[in-house]
Design a protein around this ligand. Structure first.
Ligand code: NAD
Ligand code: ZN
Ligand code: ZN
Length: 338
């Protein structure tokens, strides 16, 4: 099968012919129809996160926003059949037994395997996955539309749900990329008044079409001043990998506001303790989500409450796509199609 393979950090992926994976008894083989190119793929490929470098499999097939069709199943698989449309998220496998799994937070599983990081992912014609963790895609959602929900949609949904937004509250979304353009829509669905912040006019326009009440260009506008004038925001969600976005997002919070840490810059982020204390700021970090979160996201998309802006590109263009992402030139999500 054709696959885009990472051999070394910071080097282009090599497009190669490799043997397709063989599913174990509890696994399914999936023919990949679509795989979103998430900014996390770029962080992994560039070795941006030294904390993660030790667990990155190599050679590695990237990609954790996978949508496809079951073409083979192991002898012990019961709930999936050949032809089922399924997706595979960032969390590839969880143990079901550790304290985090038992507490309902399987996204924190201490034994988790990660798609496109510790095991091969979806920048390929085929991928295998545990049948228990490949979720069915509702009819009516195409593979292209569904793929980005398996990371981008899931991640911002869980983060916003965790912030406990109440209708009428002010939400600022920093970074209107793959994650951010979906966050604007969830924010609206939760009843928030959403302000979108980016450094690209094209992305701000996209945010407006998805219902942002306001859209501010951080490169040309004093975002802190604008949002403070309204009394600050209840929730600042950062879905940008720019450290600068965190600095601004923190300063825009009203007292008792929540900073949602989702975007993952390579640099550390830091805030003045005196302001954190004086404003009783809450800092809430969030990582992808559970299978139950994902079912909720897929259901909302199937009901038409959420629409992913997608552009399809052939798998062989994976390097060009990652480069566009690096330069901030992707509006919505680019989805690779093998
Ligand atoms: P993306 O490249 O599609 O979007 C990032 C956006 O940030 C772009 O629109 C860019 O123009 C904008 N931006 C750049 N500088 C900015 C600034 N100073 N202020 C405001 N906006 C700015 O990326 P993505 O795929 O949406 O991923 C975003 C981040 O989220 C990445 O760091 C990724 O690794 C991370 N992520 C985290 C999780 C998690 O579980 N916490 C899951 C998925 C992705
Ligand atoms: Zn576990
Ligand atoms: Zn992702």
């Amino acid at each position: 099968m054709k696959a885009a393979i990472l051999h070394d950090f910071k080097k282009p992926l090599s497009i190669e012919e490799v043997a397709p994976p063989r599913p174990e008894a509890d696994e399914v083989l999936i023919q990949v129809e679509a795989c979103g190119a998430c900014h996390s793929d770029l962080h992994v490929a560039d070795g941006d996160w030294p904390q993660l470098a030790g667990i990155v499999k190599r050679p590695l097939i990237l990609g954790h926003e996978i949508a496809g069709r079951v073409v083979e199943r192991g002898a012990a698989v019961q709930d999936l059949k050949i032809g089922d449309r399924v997706g595979v998220p960032w969390i590839y496998w969880t143990c079901g037994e550790c304290e985090f799994c038992r507490e309902g937070n399987e996204n924190l599983c201490s034994r988790q395997k990660i798609t496109g990081v510790t095991v091969d992912g979806g920048y390929a014609e085929f991928v295998k996955a545990p049948a228990t963790h490949a979720l069915k895609i509702p009819d009516g959602l195409s593979a292209l539309e569904a793929a980005p929900l398996f990371c981008a949609g899931l991640t911002v949904y869980r983060a916003l749900k965790g912030a406990g937004i109440v209708p009428g509250q002010r939400l600022a979304v920093f970074g209107i990329g793959g994650l951010g353009h979906l966050a604007v829509q969830f924010g609206r669905a939760f009843g928030a008044e959403v302000t979108a912040i980016d450094i690209s006019e094209e992305k701000l326009e996209l945010a407006r079409t998805f219902g942002a009440a306001d859209a501010l260009n951080a490169a040309t506008t004093d975002v802190v001043k604008q949002l403070r004038r309204k009394g600050g925001v209840h929730v600042s969600l950062v879905t940008s990998a720019a450290k600068a976005a965190y600095d601004t997002a923190f300063s825009c919070l009203r007292p008792a506001g929540t900073l949602l840490v989702v975007g993952l810059p390579a640099e550390n982020i830091c805030f003045p303790p005196i302001l954190m204390a004086a404003r009783e700021v809450r800092i809430h970090a969030s990582t992808v989500g559970t299978r139950q979160d994902l079912r909720e996201v897929l259901a909302m998309a199937a009901e038409g409450k959420l629409r992913c802006q997608v552009v399809a590109r052939p798998l062989v263009q994976a390097n060009e796509v990652l480069d566009q992402l690096r330069k901030g030139q992707v509006s919505g999500r680019i989805v690779l199609t093998p």
